[in-house]
Design a protein around this ligand. Sequence first.
Ligand SMILES: *Cc1c(COP(=O)(O)O)cnc(C)c1O
Length: 429
Amino acid sequence: MNNPVTNGIDTTNLPDDKGYFGEFGGAYLPEQLQKVMDDVAKSYEEIVQDPQFLQELSDLRVHYVGRPSPVYHAKRLSDAVGGAQIYLKREDLNHTGAHKINHCIGEVLLARKMGKKKVIAETGAGQHGVALATAAALLGLECDIYMGAVDVRKEAPNVSRMKVLGARVVEVTRGTQTLKDAVDAAFEAYLADPVTQIYCIGSVVGPHPFPMMVRDFQSVIGVEAKKQFREMTGGLPDNIVACVGGGSNAMGIFSAFLDDPVAIYGVEPAGKGLDTDQHAATLTKGSVGILHGFKSFLLQDKDGEPLPVYSIASGLDYPGVGPQHSFLKTIERVNYVTATDREAVEAFYGLSRMEGIIPALESSHAVAYATKLAGSLGKDKSILVNLSGRGDKDIDFVMEHYPLVDYEPDEHCENAYQEFLSHIRVMVG
Ligand SMILES: *Cc1c(COP(=O)(O)O)cnc(C)c1O
């Protein structure tokens, strides 16, 4: 294949059968866990060819998740920016309010097919925990969610949601009592009993086959969006933008467009600035290493230990990134860019006020970059943003830390959107 948009590199049929996307991915595991992962990979290969499984997944997408999620032309926002037309793929309208339910239902269906009684996972802010607990309740499996004690205190509403949904929240009190310790505890629990339970990873990360499997379950986003966009406009979007934490919502939309003449942007969290140590811009600032059983770009110290990372959006706060993203960066198919906390908060308010849509702070990073990009392009160009989740979970935090007051219009701004934002800048100093 000699497709110029992929620089002549074949991006189809990846990963290879060992789980590699170029040099990235694979499975770096103790022997005992390797056998378990081989089992998962084999079962996955079987179910994706099983018409009954595919029908059940498809029915649940329609009748339970509420798919297809719409594509919406954000006209007021586009007009205010005065450049390219911005479209939103509304994953925020899914049951549970984000894209994570797409792969959690797939993973729990696989678990049931493999005869597992229980699904387990770690969670940081609790979003993956809630999505998995939801899918487990739906399909009648037990669910254990490992969560650092610090996070349990910080994220009380999500802890309650998981408990109401019937999950057992296992409080991890070792180490820093946060996400990394929760991952360690969940892995140990899995090793202790890999027969009756299965570990359900929350993004396109971890050892093979998870980066492939989670991408496949999320790829419904891009498949739908491509068809919907074509029906609305008669063509392809010129640009696609998604935020990147582990990278699942981004791979979900990117995967349908990799071979098309479409510019693709993955937006990483620049936190308080790329020149500080308070960000989680893995592809922008990281180096290649191994973490949690796979090879990818990482934010790591000189001994290969993951660095503490930070973002205003807890869902983007991860020192690694899915191996396919590392591959797409290396072959220069996808542009990895960043947005700061402040830009994300501005976009959070911007989209809320101009369209009546409150985006998750994670998704706000994508919106922020899209408005910047739109301003640099003509009105005949288009940008399709994956709006990965809704922002109800973030409103109290934003109102407390970034309050917004009414303002007098400022005449010195380039466009109505900049004018709106100029007042938020004043507010946060
Ligand atoms: C978890 C989460 C993300 C980040 O995860 P990815 O795997 O990078 O998609 C982004 N947006 C929302 C709303 C999330 O809940």
